[in-house]
Design a binder for this molecule. Sequence first.
Ligand SMILES: Nc1ncnc2c1ncn2[C@@H]1O[C@H](COP(=O)(O)OP(=O)(O)OP(=O)(O)O)[C@@H](O)[C@H]1O
Length: 251
Amino acid sequence: MTPALEINGLTKRFGEKLAVDAIHLRVPQGSFYGLVGQNGAGKTTTLSMAVGLLRPDEGTARIFGADVWSAPDEAKALVGVLPDGLAMPERLTGREVLTFLGLLRGMPRDEVLRRADELLDVLELSGAGGTLVIEYSTGMRKKIGLATALLHAPRLLVLDEPFEAVDPVSAATIKTILRGFVRGGGSIVLSSHVMALVEQLCDHVAVVDAGRVAAAGPLDEVRGSRSLEDTFVALVGGEDGGVKELSWLSR
Ligand SMILES: Nc1ncnc2c1ncn2[C@@H]1O[C@H](COP(=O)(O)OP(=O)(O)OP(=O)(O)O)[C@@H](O)[C@H]1O
C-alpha cells in the first residue's frame, strides 16, 4: 500500500549547519506516527520540508504518492498541517481565519461555515470565534491552528507539537479527535517532547537525532521492554545519559 507519507533523503543546510541529514521515513496509511527528538534535532525542519513549507536541498517527500514539490496541488489537498510557530492572519477573528482558509481551499461557503462553527465548538473556542487572533493565547492559537488543519477533512495530518501550551481539558478533546480521525482511516504524524503522550497515542515512532533517524518503526519494536523515555535517553542522551548537574547550585 502507498505510504501516507514517504520521505526519501531529505536534507537541509542552514549555512554551515546540517539541520537534516538525508532523512528517510515511511509513514504507513492508517498509522499514528510520533516523531521525537531533542531540541534542535531537526523535527520541525523535516516536517516543514515534508509538507512543502520549506524547500529541501536534496531529497523528496510524497503524500499518498504525490510529490510535494512537483505535484503540490494534489499533495496539499490530502494533508492538513499544524506548523510550528504558526503565522496566522492576526487581524482576523478565529471564525474569519477558518472561513478564509476554507474558501481558499475551494470549499462551498455553507460547508465552510458549518464546519467552522463545529470546530470552534468542539475545540472550546466558540466564545473566542469573534475575537481577533492577535488577542489569542498561545494555547488558543494552537487550537485554531489545529482547526485549520482539520477543516478540509484531509487524509493525513502533520502536526508539529499539537499539545504544546494546551490545557488538559482541551488536550483530552484533541486526543479524542485525533484518535477518531485514525479510527476513521486517517493517518497522523506528530512531533512531541512528551514521551508519555506519544506512548499513549502513537503506534509508530521515530527518534530523530542530529538530523538523522536513530530508530524508527512500530512503537513496541522501538522501545522493546523499556519505556519510550528510557529508550530515548539511551539513544540520544550521550555518555552521561542526559543527566548533568550544576555543582554550585546545591547548598
Ligand atoms: N531558519 C533557520 N536558520 C538557521 N538555522 C536553523 C533554522 N531553522 C532551524 N535551524 C537549525 O536547524 C536545527 C534543527 O532545528 P529544528 O527546529 O528542526 O529542530 P527541532 O527538532 O524541531 O527542535 P525543537 O524540539 O527545539 O523544536 C537546529 O540546530 C536549528 O538551530
